[in-house]
Design a protein around this ligand. Structure first.
Ligand SMILES: C[S@@+](CC[C@H](N)C(=O)[O-])C[C@H]1O[C@@H](n2cnc3c(N)ncnc32)[C@H](O)[C@@H]1O
Length: 208
């Protein structure tokens, strides 16, 4: 598939620069970040290898951090598609805006809980896929349930919620909202990571 090359606005996007930025944010906000180092390339590939890129027009990413998934998503994405990246941490938002110059990327500062508002503000109705790296097990009480319910409404029938997590906590939240949930483990990550594909049934009418 033809892809738009990613242009860097600033230079320090080196591997070490990304790790250092990520680690500094972990020290500042351990509960919000939930991991000491970014996801591995093996995890990124495993999470993205079943996406129907040809059909995807809106892809949403929760918790892009330093862009570990953001860049590979843009490399795979259709030239006419949009990637909406939502992060609670303003430093990560500023970092991504400085590092990735791609007209298909829209980075917003806020919570995944407001995903439907962010989708509407970007001129779309629903997402084809939503990918999440946020640490569900450390969110305040009730927030994970709310985000999963809002995500289910934000995804079109036949779309998918893709979640990677170190703990199994999120499984119960996903099975409460989605018609089918498939779980795998990617061992080539530190630590090994659970991967969930939560599918929204084709037969569900579009939620308001
Ligand atoms: C484990 S890091 C994942 C970073 C990157 N995607 C990766 O895989 O390396 C979790 C990210 O979720 C963000 N985050 C935490 N809670 C959030 C929320 N409620 N809404 C949006 N982003 C959130 C954090 O700021 C952080 O960027």
């Amino acid at each position: 598939m033809a892809s738009i090359p990613l242009k860097k606005k600033a230079d320090p996007a080196s591997f070490l620069g990304q790790w250092s930025m990520f680690f500094r944010q972990f020290v500042k906000h351990p509960g919000m970040i939930g991991s000491v180092i970014p996801s591995s390339p093996a995890l990124v590939n495993s999470m993205l290898d079943r996406v129907d890129w040809q059909r995807t027009r809106l892809f949403v990413e929760y918790g892009p951090g330093v862009g570990t998934f953001t860049r590979p998503i843009l490399e795979r994405m259709h030239p006419d598609a949009t990637l909406l990246a939502i992060d609670l941490n303003l430093d990560f938002v500023a970092w991504l805006e400085a590092q990735i110059d791609d007209p298909r990327l829209r980075v917003v500062n806020g919570s995944a809980a407001d995903v439907r508002r962010f989708i509407a503000e970007s001129g779309h109705l629903q997402a084809d896929y939503i990918l999440s790296g946020i640490p569900f097990s450390t969110l305040p009480d009730g927030v994970g349930e709310f985000i999963c319910a809002e995500t289910q409404r934000a995804i079109r029938p036949g779309g998918e919620f893709l979640v990677y997590q170190y703990s199994a906590y999120v499984r119960r939240l996903l099975t409460g909202q989605f018609s089918e949930v498939v779980e795998r483990v990617e061992w080539r990550n530190i630590p090994p990571c659970r991967m969930f594909r939560a599918m929204k049934s084709e037969s569900l009418a579009q939620a308001a």
